[in-house]
Design a protein around this ligand. Structure first.
Ligand SMILES: [Zn+2]
Length: 67
């Protein structure tokens, strides 16, 4: 899975459709219609990037093209 933030491949699966990027220290999910990115707080809380939805369509297309 390619990280939607940095475009890198240093990602690991942490759950169902949930991935972690070792470069950005963020989590993201991989639902086909939208990608949601989360900051991971020190206490383990996930905080979604609310303004990230705008670009999700482009990201999905970029990932489809890269695979
Ligand atoms: Zn990344």
């Amino acid at each position: 899975m390619i990280c939607p933030v940095c475009g890198g491949r240093q990602t690991g699966k942490v759950g169902v459709e949930q991935y972690y990027c070792w470069d950005c220290f963020i989590e993201f999910n991989s639902h086909t219609d939208q990608v949601v990115v989360f900051d991971l707080e020190e206490d383990g809380t996930l905080v979604a990037w609310e303004d990230f939805f705008l670009e999700s369509e482009q990201i999905v297309q970029a990932q489809a093209a890269a695979e």
